[in-house]
Ligand binder design. Structure first.
Ligand SMILES: [Zn+2]
Length: 197
């Protein structure tokens, strides 16, 4: 324990996801002991990011305008939609450079334990996007764990009556893991080898 404000800073970092007490302490002391560390820039960025960043009105990805950079890009293939749980997954898939279609961010996965049902996800928005017949294939890229699989099978049942190809990323991704932790090569291969449901 430290006096006053130093401990407050450590506690604050400790509230961040994935940061334990040791890491929180290390970050706090790094900031305290590194004169070249630009505290002002970090503080400004934190404020700005809160003010400027919102979620794309079409796909739910992070955006600085009403539509994200991917939805605004005329070179993207509008016949393909890749459905992911989280905006972090969009970034992971973009890094593979395998996919040139559009995305749809659900905002989570179905999880009875966590009390998350289909209505809590952006599924109605997905159905609206599919209604005009532009989209020919929906790739279900939810995480390869229990919740992700449950969400994928829920969506595939929902989409079965539509004239749309529904596919799921190939296995080979670390089972039980998150898409965002898969390396680019593995994720790229999972895309190429996706199977039609
Ligand atoms: Zn978008």
């Amino acid at each position: 324990m430290y006096d006053g404000i130093v401990q407050e800073l450590i506690d604050e970092f400790g509230r961040l996801p994935g940061i334990g007490p040791k890491s929180a302490q290390r970050i706090a002391f790094h900031i305290l002991q590194t004169p070249s560390f630009d505290v002002k820039r970090l503080a400004e960025l934190l404020t700005e990011v809160r003010e400027r960043v919102r979620f794309c009105e079409i796909c739910g990805n992070v955006a600085e305008q009403e539509r994200c950079a991917i939805c605004r890009d005329p070179r993207r293939n509008t016949a393909l939609i890749c459905v992911v749980e989280d905006a972090k997954d969009v970034a992971a898939i973009e890094r593979t450079r395998e996919f040139r279609g559009l995305y749809h961010v659900l905002g989570g996965a179905i999880s009875p334990i966590a009390g998350v049902g289909p209505d809590d996800l952006r599924i109605a928005q997905l159905m609206t996007r599919l209604a005009d017949g532009t989209v020919q294939e929906v790739i279900l890229a939810t995480n390869p764990n229990l919740e992700g699989e449950a969400t994928a099978s829920y969506l595939s049942r929902l989409l079965v009556s539509m004239q749309i190809t529904v596919s799921r990323l190939a296995s080979g991704l670390p089972v039980g893991g998150d898409l965002e932790y898969a390396d680019e090569v593995t994720l790229g291969r999972a895309f190429e080898g996706r199977r039609v449901l």
